[in-house]
Each structure stands twice: as structure tokens, then as C-alpha cells.
Design a protein around this ligand. Structure first.
Ligand SMILES: *[C@@H]1O[C@H](CO)[C@@H](O)[C@H](O)[C@H]1NC(C)=O
Ligand SMILES: *[C@@H]1O[C@H](CO)[C@@H](O)[C@H](O)[C@H]1NC(C)=O
Ligand SMILES: *[C@@H]1O[C@H](CO)[C@@H](O)[C@H](O)[C@H]1NC(C)=O
Ligand SMILES: *[C@@H]1O[C@H](CO)[C@@H](O)[C@H](O)[C@H]1NC(C)=O
Ligand SMILES: *[C@@H]1O[C@H](CO)[C@@H](O)[C@H](O)[C@H]1NC(C)=O
Ligand SMILES: *[C@@H]1O[C@H](CO)[C@@H](O)[C@H](O)[C@H]1NC(C)=O
Ligand SMILES: *[C@@H]1O[C@H](CO)[C@@H](O)[C@H](O)[C@H]1NC(C)=O
Length: 464
């Protein structure tokens, strides 16, 4: 199993077990990033950070448990911040948790301008760059308990199926409700397995789905290896998924929020503006219509043009095929670019396969990740996922240019990023052993290509 090596890159924390009844927020995990971008307490950024933290604290008893705010200043000193409270907690508990996180933020992350701090009941995040309405799966981590559950043969499969269900329920939450769900499953011997999934409400359903999927993938690395941990949380900036053998959330509140979604109060920024949901309702159908129209014209014009075999199979969904077409690279193009995958062009090997540097005919430099054949994902699923990820690209991530699927091969084509960032691709286990924990965590882990979203890296932060 290639992913076996990857276990070493997971930072292990242990739960101090506290149940939903315990009102004290307990710290889970933090991530302070961008060592190059530090500030001092007396700097403008430091002052602004204190303003931001107190603004977050004073808005923390909101019924929707989410708030974003900005300290408006000229860019180097502008700060964006937000918090998300666990979907089942009351406004009072939310306020206490955010207050604790804010109080301790500057001791948890004394210097870095960017941080994400997770407590059991809330998450607090700030950055000098805009973090609003953007799905982000980095930085993150998995926290799990040492205790293992051995009474059930297929515990791991039950967990997998439960978290999958709870994730899709959270992502499909009705408009205006929290993107939050809880779900239980019965184990043999009257034991119950509890699970929870939540996204920040500022991202779309599709983005929420992708984020949760990415969070679940983190489990399969940690907890399969960790042999049936009784409690685990996968924590990402835009979402989290958790499970446990004890009711670690308020089950009643979860049920209430599901059956009777309480509409979110309007964002305070929204005075007279159109909400992003309205925009989605207007823009998505409009863009969809335009895409269909242009595809139709395109197809009429290019009727005689030779199409790829898989396009012919998929006549019903031409707009999708059109997107795929622009993302798909021919094997011959990739072979030419990498000089037939020559050893000289190989720049790294990892559990996922190998990475080659290449140059396209137009001079563009690319990095080709040739995935190992460890996954059973079908070609069609693979293509759909690439299309989705390519659409959701964030400017800070290494750009995914496309893919190549031919015969048994599956490849991802990225724009080439020089030197340091390449460590993220290389992901060499020997080298990892020499890295300290914080550095290691900066490297977004690779795994089999079941989840392409996990292949994206924040280029600027991957330094060795
Ligand atoms: C920050 O400012 C205070 C007074 O305003 C001063 O006492 C302290 O030494 C300063 N700290 C640093 C690190 O400059
Ligand atoms: C909150 O985020 C939205 C974008 O999602 C932004 O338009 C709004 O200005 C933000 N609110 C504040 C107070 O910064
Ligand atoms: C955030 O800080 C880093 C380092 O100081 C800087 O390179 C980057 O441009 C800043 N971003 C913004 C939007 O100011
Ligand atoms: C906050 O930090 C202090 C030490 O700096 C620690 O004693 C306290 O337990 C922390 N509180 C929380 C809620 O993490
Ligand atoms: C979990 O296990 C590790 C080593 O396997 C040990 O060092 C640690 O103390 C354990 N933690 C708890 C809370 O039992
Ligand atoms: C679990 O068992 C209880 C009682 O045996 C039952 O009421 C409940 O519906 C079961 N839940 C699921 C998800 O099967
Ligand atoms: C759980 O949630 C319900 C409904 O929101 C609430 O009435 C109850 O007090 C909560 N229980 C705890 C222990 O917080």
C-alpha cells in the first residue's frame, strides 16, 4: 500500500475526552502559517489583529454561529477573520468558545499573520489575504483518540459509510440552513456510532461536498492505519468531519436544525446588496444557458470535426464534454513534452506515482503527475472530478491545467512551479523524515487519486 508511508506525515494529537455536556471549550489543533510573514505585537498588524479578535468575540453569540469581518486598512495591514461554531451549540456556548480562541490566539500563533485554530466547539481563522467565500482544504489535520474499537469486524467500513452519509446530508442542507448534519449508526451490542459534518456557510454546496470529501480522505490515511480509533476529527478550514463512540454533540439540537432549518439572519454587509445565494440563483442558470447555447453553436459549426471517442458516448451532456475537451491532453502531447517520460525529466517519486517535468510545444512548462494504478475509480469519475477542481481553482494554488486519461494511465497536468514548491509534489518519504513536524504539516499529503482535490497545494507555503 503506497499510502502506508504517509502515516508518518500526520500529526497526532490526543483527545482530552470531553462530552457535549462539558461547557468548557477544549483546544484541538492549530495551524499558524507563512513563517516568512511575521509581525510583532506593536506593529500595525498586531494592533489590527487585536481589533479583529475583539470584533469576532463581540459578534460570537449569533444564532447562525458564523461571522466574517475585515479590519479595513491598506493591504499589508488589512486582516480578514471569521469564526464557525459547531452547528449544535447554543449562542452562549459559541460565544464562550470564540472568546477563548480569540483570547489565546496570539499565544497560540504569536508571530504568523495567518492562522486557523480549532476548538471542539468552534473554529477561528484569520489571514492577511481574503479568506471569504473560498473553499479551502489547506491547512488542516486529523486528530484522533488512542483507544481502539475491536468488537466490530467491519468497524472501519461502518465509519466510512456513516461519514459519507453525514457529509452528503450536510452539503445538501436546505438553503438558508446551517451546512451541518449529525447522524448515528447502530453497532452490534447496543453500541452507537455518532458522526457530524459541517461546512462554513459561505461556500457553495458543490464546494462543501468537495471539502467534506477531502476531509474524509484524511481519515482513510489516519484511521485505517490507526486501527479503528474510537474517536477522530478531520479538520479543514472550510469544513470538518468527526465521529465517535460517545455522543460528542447535542443530538437533539442536530435533529431540530435538520427538521426545522432556522433561516440565517442577513449578513450585516448586505445592506441593499444582492446576497450571494441570489447571485447563484441568477448567474448559474444564465451561465448554464449561455454555455448550452454556445455549445450548440459550436457543435453545429464543428459538426464534421473528429471528436474523441468518449465525447460520442456522452452526447446528452455536450457542455460537460466541451469543458472536458479543453482540459484533456493527449498522451502523445504529454509524451512529447516529457521526452517519453525520460528519467532525465523525472523530478520525483512518491506513494501516488511519479512526477515529470515537461515543456509543451508552446513553451509552457508543466509538471505531470503520473498516478499509480492503485485506485479503482473509473475514467469517467476521474474526468468529472478534474473538471470540478479545475473550475474551483484558487489563485494561491498550483494551477491544475488538465489531465490525461488513456488506456490504464491517469495523469494530472499542473503548471510547473519552480524549485521549492516542488517539494510538495515530490513528497519523498526519506526527505520527510528529516523535516520537523510543522514543516511536514505544511505539505498537503498525497494519496491515491480518489480525491483530486487533495492534490492541490498552496504553492507559496510549501518550503522545505
Ligand atoms: C511595545 O510597546 C510598549 C509600549 O507601548 C513597550 O513597552 C514594549 O517594549 C514594546 N514592545 C516591543 C517588542 O517593541
Ligand atoms: C463577509 O464576507 C463577504 C463575502 O463572502 C463579504 O462580501 C463581506 O464584506 C464580509 N463581511 C465583512 C464584515 O467583512
Ligand atoms: C500577506 O503578507 C505577505 C507577506 O507579508 C505578502 O507577501 C502578501 O502580499 C500579503 N497579502 C496581501 C493581500 O497583502
Ligand atoms: C489559553 O491559554 C492559557 C495559557 O496561555 C491556558 O492556560 C488556557 O487553558 C487556554 N485556554 C483555552 C480555552 O485553551
Ligand atoms: C497515545 O499513544 C502514544 C504512543 O502510542 C502515547 O505516547 C500517548 O501517551 C498516548 N496518549 C494517550 C492519551 O493515551
Ligand atoms: C438503532 O437502534 C435503536 C433501538 O434499537 C432504533 O430505535 C434506531 O432506529 C436504530 N438506529 C438506526 C440508525 O438504525
Ligand atoms: C440540546 O439542544 C436542545 C435543542 O436546541 C436544547 O433544548 C438542549 O438544552 C440542548 N442540550 C444541551 C445539553 O446542551
Amino acid at each position: 500500500m503506497p499510502s502506508f508511508n504517509l502515516i508518518s506525515s500526520v500529526l497526532l494529537f490526543f483527545y482530552i475526552f470531553d462530552l457535549a455536556a462539558d461547557a468548557n471549550p477544549s483546544f484541538l489543533y492549530k495551524f499558524c502559517y507563512d513563517k516568512d510573514t511575521t509581525f510583532t505585537t506593536n506593529s500595525t498588524y498586531g494592533t489590527n489583529l487585536n481589533l479583529l479578535l475583539s470584533s469576532l468575540t463581540s459578534n460570537a453569540n449569533r444564532i447562525d454561529g458564523f461571522y466574517n469581518t475585515t479590519v479595513e486598512q491598506q493591504p499589508p495591514d488589512r486582516i480578514y477573520g471569521l469564526f464557525l461554531c459547531r452547528g449544535d451549540v447554543t449562542p452562549d456556548v459559541c460565544r464562550d468558545c470564540v472568546a477563548a480562541a480569540a483570547r489565546n490566539a496570539t499565544s497560540l500563533c504569536p508571530m504568523e499573520k495567518n492562522s486557523v485554530i480549532w476548538y471542539d466547539k468552534c473554529m477561528l481563522r484569520y489571514s492577511n489575504e481574503s479568506i471569504f467565500s473560498t473553499m479551502e482544504t489547506w491547512p488542516g489535520g486529523t486528530v484522533w483518540d488512542n483507544d481502539t474499537f475491536t468488537e466490530e469486524e467491519d468497524f472501519v467500513d461502518i465509519v466510512a459509510s456513516l461519514v459519507k452519509d453525514v457529509a452528503s446530508e450536510a452539503a445538501d442542507a436546505p438553503m438558508g440552513a446551517k451546512k451541518f448534519a449529525t447522524k448515528e449508526a447502530n453497532l452490534s451490542g447496543s453500541q452507537t456510532l455518532y458522526s457530524l459534518a459541517q461546512c462554513t456557510p459561505d461556500i457553495s454546496d458543490v464546494a462543501c461536498n468537495l471539502c467534506l470529501e477531502s476531509a474524509i480522505t484524511e481519515f482513510s490515511d489516519c484511521c485505517r492505519q490507526k486501527e479503528k480509533a474510537t474517536r477522530a476529527s478531520s479538520l479543514l478550514p472550510s469544513c470538518n468531519v468527526q465521529y465517535g463512540l460517545t455522543p460528542f454533540y447535542n443530538k437533539t439540537a442536530g435533529e431540530v436544525s435538520r427538521s426545522k432549518p432556522s433561516p440565517l439572519p442577513p449578513r450585516d454587509s448586505g445592506k441593499g446588496k444582492i446576497s450571494s445565494q441570489t447571485i447563484i440563483y441568477i448567474i448559474v442558470p444564465t451561465v448554464g444557458f449561455l454555455v448550452l447555447l454556445s455549445t450548440f453553436c459550436y457543435c453545429i459549426l464543428r459538426r464534421k470535426a473528429r471528436m474523441k471517442p468518449y465525447l460520442l458516448k456522452d452526447q446528452k451532456d455536450k457542455s460537460k464534454a466541451r469543458t472536458m475537451n479543453s482540459l484533456q491532453y493527449d498522451m502523445s502531447t504529454i509524451e512529447a513534452a516529457t521526452d517519453n517520460f525520460s528519467d532525465a525529466n523525472m523530478i520525483g517519486v512518491g506513494g501516488f506515482g511519479s512526477v515529470y517535468k515537461g515543456t509543451l510545444a508552446n513553451g509552457q512548462e508543466i509538471a505531470v503527475k503520473r498516478l499509480s494504478r492503485s485506485s479503482k475509480q473509473g475514467a469517467e469519475e476521474f474526468k468529472n472530478e478534474v473538471a470540478l477542481v479545475a473550475k474551483l481553482q484558487h489563485r494561491n494554488l498550483v494551477r491544475l491545467l488538465g489531465f490525461c486519461v488513456e488506456r490504464e494511465e491517469r495523469m494530472l497536468i499542473y503548471e510547473f512551479v519552480p524549485n521549492k514548491s516542488l517539494d510538495c509534489f515530490l513528497f519523498d518519504t526519506e526527505k520527510q523524515k528529516q523535516l520537523d513536524w510543522p514543516t511536514r504539516l505544511k505539505i498537503k499529503r498525497n494519496r491515491s487519486w480518489t480525491s483530486i482535490s487533495s492534490y492541490r497545494f498552496k504553492a507559496e507555503d510549501c518550503t522545505s
